[in-house]
Structure formats: structure tokens, C-alpha cells
Design a binder for this molecule. Structure first.
Ligand code: PLP
Length: 332
């Protein structure tokens, strides 16, 4: 029995678990299942909400009235935090990486509509974003507020609980549908979703391998990040857990030109899945991971997803990130 810390209900759970009925992959005759975490809400949709249930519960317990967090200009995590702040009556201050864009769109538009305060920090100064956050916390303290800092993507020893809990939900999905998937696939960006799934699966002694496709950094980065977060989680919650047994598999090769920039094939894959199944991916995270999964499956036994009969794709959301990249879709 897992003993969870404080949690506030923010996500619409459980999310649906369904197979793709019409989408086909060459050389693959198994089944692709989708865990629809893009449906954790509408404006607070995606994977981040599961983590924020724990991160924000922690902030409230500490008596905070303000949330500070950070990410890219089109961060889904920042948007989710901004919206939840509005719902709970908390002030939200976002530190966004880059210059203020001329066009306010996608997630950024929603951040502003939800009333978040925004500081733009140029890429060249980004290594100092945590120090900047600390200075903001000081400023808020001076005004009689108490601000909690949530790191990028809520990927830390608190946010990790979100996908430990999600694994319990997945276990029920698998049982209800009579499947024991060989692989569970996810996009990884700040590592917290991957970390939570890995810990959850290990606690439940699941046979499925967790396979992540990185949209930034490389496999060594995720290996270190996950081990660090899991160790901190163990210390903070005084949990018995063997982190040396973690089977961290981050498959490189599908990041494309850079974080936030995708190759044409990713846009084609997004359009194809939307047309065939009515499921919408995004070009920053889920589109790249889904394209990676399909590419590896189509290689059959030469691919890195050999032996897959049932494979689960965790759809982590990101829809609002489609709109700022609309020019990359080709229509006849
Ligand atoms: C839509 C979407 N998918 C996947 C991820 C990756 O999750 P994580 O940051 O936990 O690695 C993110 C956030 O970074 C995201 O916004």
C-alpha cells in the first residue's frame, strides 16, 4: 500500500484508456493503446496536472499564497500552473525562457488570460533562473506574501508522486482490458513523468518496460536527473526503494533539430493521426515521441521496441502548442 503525501484534486481522473482502432504501422501487427492524459482537463490539461496535485498541495500546506515556476515561452506546465492559480485564488509568477514574443498565442495567451505575472529571462541568462526565482521569492516576502517555487515541469521529488499514482491507475486499465503491455512509451522533457512511471512500475512489480523519447538533452541527462530526483524522493518521504534497480531507457534519435523544432515527418504524423483517429498530438512533445515509437515499431525485430504486442502510449497533452506552429502543417 503506497502512502501518499497531501494531494489536491485538480485533474479529471481516471483518464480514458483506449486502443487505436484504425491507425496502422508497417511491420507491426500488435495493438497501440493510448492513455489519454491530454484529457486531464481542458484548460488544465496534460501530464503536468497530475504532478501539480502534489506540488500545490505542498505549497498550500506551507502556507503559500503565490506560486513561482518556469519554462519555455510555450510551456504547458506554466500554463497549467497559471490556470490552477486562478482557480485556487493564488498569485502566479512565471519565468519564461526567451524574449517577449510579438505575437501572444498558444499557452502564453492562456497564461496572460489567467492573470499570471510574467518575467522573460533571455536564453543566455537561463542558467541563473533558479537564483532569479529566489530573488522573486524574496520580493514577494517583502510584500507580505509567501511564494513557493516549483522547478521546471514540477519534476522534483514532490511532483514525482503524480506518475507514481498514475501507475496505479494504469494497472487498473491493464486489468480491466486484459492486457499486460511489453512497453509503456512517453515523451520526456524534464524527466518527472518518466521518473514517476519508473518508480510506480517498480513498486507494483510490473513487467512493462518504460521507454521514453527525449525532446531535449540526452539519455545521460535523464539517467542522472531521474536518479537524483528518486534519491531526494526517498530521503524526503523516508521510503524503502531500490533505485539501483531502475531500468531507465531513454531512446535518442527523435529530438529533431532542437527542443521545440520538429522535422516535417512529425507534422505529417500529427496530421495523419488526427485524420485517422481524431487524436491530436503536439509538435514539441507527443508528436516527436509518437513518431519515434512508430518508427521503432516499423523496424520490427531490428527496432528498439522488439517483441511489442501491446504497447501503451501516454498522451501527455500539449494541444495549445500546435497553434503557434500552424505554418508547419501542409494542406493541399
Ligand atoms: C505535453 C507534454 N508532454 C510531455 C512532457 C514531458 O514531461 P516531463 O517534463 O515530465 O518530462 C511535457 C513537459 O515537459 C509536456 O508539456
Amino acid at each position: 500500500m503506497i502512502k501518499y503525501p497531501d494531494r489536491i484534486p485538480l485533474a479529471s481522473l481516471p483518464t480514458p484508456f483506449k486502443k487505436l482502432e484504425k491507425f496502422t504501422v508497417p511491420n507491426f501487427d500488435g495493438t497501440i493503446w493510448i492513455k489519454h492524459d491530454e484529457l486531464t482537463g481542458t484548460e488544465v490539461s496534460g501530464n503536468k496536472v497530475r504532478k501539480l496535485e502534489f506540488s500545490i498541495a505542498h505549497a498550500l500546506k506551507e502556507g503559500c499564497n503565490t506560486l513561482i515556476t518556469c519554462g519555455g515561452i510555450q510551456s504547458n506546465h506554466c500554463r497549467a500552473t497559471a490556470v490552477i492559480g486562478a482557480k485556487l485564488g493564488l498569485k502566479v509568477h512565471l519565468i519564461l525562457r526567451g524574449q517577449k514574443p510579438e505575437l501572444i498565442e498558444g499557452n502564453l495567451l492562456l497564461d496572460l488570460l489567467a492573470g499570471a505575472e510574467i518575467s522573460y529571462l533571455p536564453q543566455k541568462d537561463w542558467s541563473g533562473h533558479e537564483a532569479f526565482a529566489a530573488s522573486l521569492q524574496e520580493e514577494y516576502r517583502g510584500r507580505g506574501d509567501k511564494a513557493h517555487f516549483i522547478p521546471t515541469g514540477a519534476s522534483d521529488e514532490i511532483g514525482i508522486w503524480g506518475y507514481i499514482a498514475a501507475w496505479e491507475e494504469l494497472t487498473k486499465d491493464f486489468n480491466d482490458n486484459g492486457v499486460d503491455p511489453e512497453y509503456v512509451v512517453v515523451a520526456t522533457g524534464s524527466g518527472g513523468t518518466q521518473a514517476g512511471l519508473l518508480v510506480g512500475a517498480q513498486i507494483q512489480k510490473a513487467k512493462s518496460k518504460i521507454v521514453a523519447f527525449n525532446v531535449c538533452d540526452d539519455s545521460n541527462y535523464f539517467e542522472d536527473k531521474i536518479k537524483t530526483d528518486v534519491s531526494l524522493w526517498k530521503q524526503r518521504y523516508k521510503t524503502e526503494f531500490d533505485e539501483t534497480a531502475l531500468n531507465i531507457k531513454t531512446l535518442e534519435g527523435y529530438m529533431g533539430p532542437a527542443y521545440g523544432e520538429a522535422e516535417e515527418i512529425v507534422f505529417k504524423t500529427i496530421a495523419n493521426l488526427a485524420k485517422v483517429e481524431g487524436v491530436f498530438l503536439d509538435p514539441v512533445y507527443t508528436g516527436k515521441a509518437f513518431h519515434g515509437m512508430v518508427s521503432e515499431l516499423s523496424l520490427g525485430d531490428r527496432g528498439r521496441l522488439q517483441g511489442a504486442k501491446n504497447i501503451v502510449f501516454i498522451h501527455t497533452g500539449g494541444l495549445f502548442g500546435v497553434f503557434p506552429q500552424h505554418k508547419n502543417f501542409q494542406f493541399d
